[in-house]
Write a protein that binds this ligand. Structure first.
Ligand code: GTP
Ligand code: MG
Length: 162
């Protein structure tokens, strides 16, 4: 069986993300649009590829800081951080890199994470923590709050880096 398809619509405010979803569902252009559409699920039998499809709307109100979480014991999840960051540049919010499962590793993942931090100015900070032994959990949420209330990094502007 094929995996469900999950579609996230990203883009600048007011480009029409919610309208696109509502037009699809309602088969007509909505004159009034909420900031965000409810997540919708399209049953497999009415999709061309016969897979259940979920559509998730993003709204500028959804988040003003994003924590991208990786597993400090799994290099692969660190590499993927770059990919998440690439989609985040459409959201333009500060990013916090969160290395979880620090209880499973001695030493730190900073060596691997530093080049990524240096490459992308919108990454505010990084923190290693452990959900298991509750290490740095409150710090993580404190950093996230701080990134919103007192941002230091200029947010990514695609125009800047061409
Ligand atoms: P945020 O939730 O604020 O990020 O915006 P959004 O991307 O969801 O945009 P939304 O669907 O709220 O649409 C923004 C405005 O553009 C609304 O006034 C819509 O009616 C209008 N709009 C959306 N799609 C179209 C379109 O295809 N044509 C026209 N003319 N207007 C559109
Ligand atoms: Mg919207």
């Amino acid at each position: 069986m094929k995996q469900d398809v999950r579609i996230l619509l990203l883009g600048e405010p007011k480009v029409g993300k919610t309208s696109l979803i509502m037009s699809l569902v309602g088969e007509e252009f909505p004159e009034e649009v909420p900031p965000r559409a409810e997540e919708i699920t399209i049953p497999a039998d009415v999709t061309p590829e016969k897979v259940p499809t979920h559509i998730v709307d993003y709204s500028g109100n959804m988040a003003n800081v994003v924590c991208v979480v990786y597993d400090v014991t799994n290099e692969d999840t660190i590499d993927k951080v770059v990919r998440y960051r690439t989609s985040m540049c459409y959201i333009r919010v500060p990013i916090i890199l969160v290395g979880n499962k620090s209880d499973l590793r001695c030493g730190s993942s900073m060596e691997t994470i530093l080049p990524i931090m240096n490459q992308f100015s919108e990454i505010e900070t990084c923190v290693e923590c452990s959900a298991k032994n509750l290490k740095n959990i409150s710090e993580l949420f404190y950093y996230a709050q701080k990134a919103v209330l007192h941002p230091t990094a200029p947010l990514y502007d695609p125009e800047d880096k061409q």
